[in-house]
Design a protein around this ligand. Structure first.
Ligand code: PLP
Length: 316
């Protein structure tokens, strides 16, 4: 993946600070115990300027993550929504990834966080195709991970908690070490759950399928968008439990996620998917998704939040 492409400013609790100044203490609970929640959001360059995809929904999920982890947000959701737009404007970027983070800072030494105030940061930086050049067109080769997703009622899967990503890193690092772009993880019951940072869809006999939100996967915002787009396009859809072997027999398979967008899968465990590359239903869904986020199709669901330009970027 390489290093982050740094931008100039980071929003920290109501102020813009230089990128290099966004620091936390090594003994903050976020560092010691992974006590932070975050979001990953994309801002796209559109003919009407930069637009942030489903910003309110992402911030709602950020606040839901805070509720689950008993973190008291210092700012209102509206303030964070406004701050995301203001940060993109301030950094004069047209297309980027936005990463709001609420973390428990320095103070407490043990499990009880009462002496560790929360700190809120928002960063943004340019970010290209997550699963590599050509992934969106050609698809990626994946494996089934030997690591399972956490069981329900262990790590709360509806919270996007930083600590949960230790599991995601194990899944991803193993996949890459074995020559795959990504992995599909099973849940504790042995049924298909999701990727390290993506939800998963199948197309089987013309029906779009995805596993239900069973407490082992994140309720992805791209997942919800694809379900809505499938309804718009008249593609039948069902949530069903998916046994591992169906990954090998299905017609089409793809990941969804803010980072991965809509990435076709072309093989699982070296077994080529029947569609042999991007399948026709995946292609239709991907095209409509990309057209909407890039402002080429009408935003009928109200998913785009335009960034008001106040900086020199507006005159470029
Ligand atoms: C574990 C996990 N699953 C699924 C997703 C996809 O969610 P979204 O579409 O909201 O980005 C992500 C990314 O945020 C994730 O980290």
């Amino acid at each position: 993946m390489g290093r982050i492409a740094e931008s100039e400013w980071i929003w920290k609790d109501g102020e813009f600070i230089p990128w290099a100044d966004a620091q936390v203490h090594v003994l903050s609970l976020a560092v010691q115990f992974g006590s932070s929640v975050f979001e990953g959001i994309r801002c796209y360059d559109t003919p009407d300027g930069p637009a942030i995809f489903r910003l309110q929904d992402h911030i709602r999920r950020l606040f839901d993550s805070c509720r689950i982890y008993r973190m008291e947000p210092v700012h209102s959701a509206d303030d964070i929504v406004r701050a995301c737009g203001a940060l993109v404007d301030r950094n004069e970027i047209d297309s980027c990834y936005i990463r709001p983070t609420v973390l428990r800072g320095y103070g407490s030494a043990g499990m009880l966080p009462d002496a560790s105030p929360t700190e809120t940061f928002i960063c943004c930086w340019p970010w290209g195709t997550y699963l590599g050049d050509g992934a969106l067109e050609k698809g990626v080769d994946v494996c089934v991970s030997t690591w399972a997703r956490p069981a329900p009622n262990t790590f709360p899967s509806f919270a996007k908690g930083a600590g949960h990503y230790n599991n995601a890193q194990l899944i991803k690092m193993e996949a890459v070490a074995n020559g795959f772009a990504e992995a599909i993880a099973l849940g504790p019951g042995g049924l298909v759950s999701e990727g390290s940072g993506q939800n998963l869809f199948l197309v089987h006999n013309g029906v779009l399928l995805t596993p239900p939100l069973d407490g082992t996967s994140l309720a992805g915002i791209t997942r919800a968008s694809i379900i809505a787009i499938a309804a718009d396009l008249g593609i039948p859809f069902r949530e069903v439990m998916i046994p591992r072997e169906m990954l090998y027999t299905t017609d089409e398979l793809f990941f969804t996620g803010t980072a991965a967008e809509v990435t076709p899968i072309r093989s699982v465990d070296r077994i080529p998917i029947r569609s042999n590359g991007i399948g026709p239903v995946t292609e239709k869904l991907q095209k409509r998704f990309m057209d909407v986020v890039h402002g080429r199709s009408p935003d009928t669901h109200g998913w785009l939040t335009r960034v008001a330009r106040t900086t020199a970027a507006s005159t470029r």
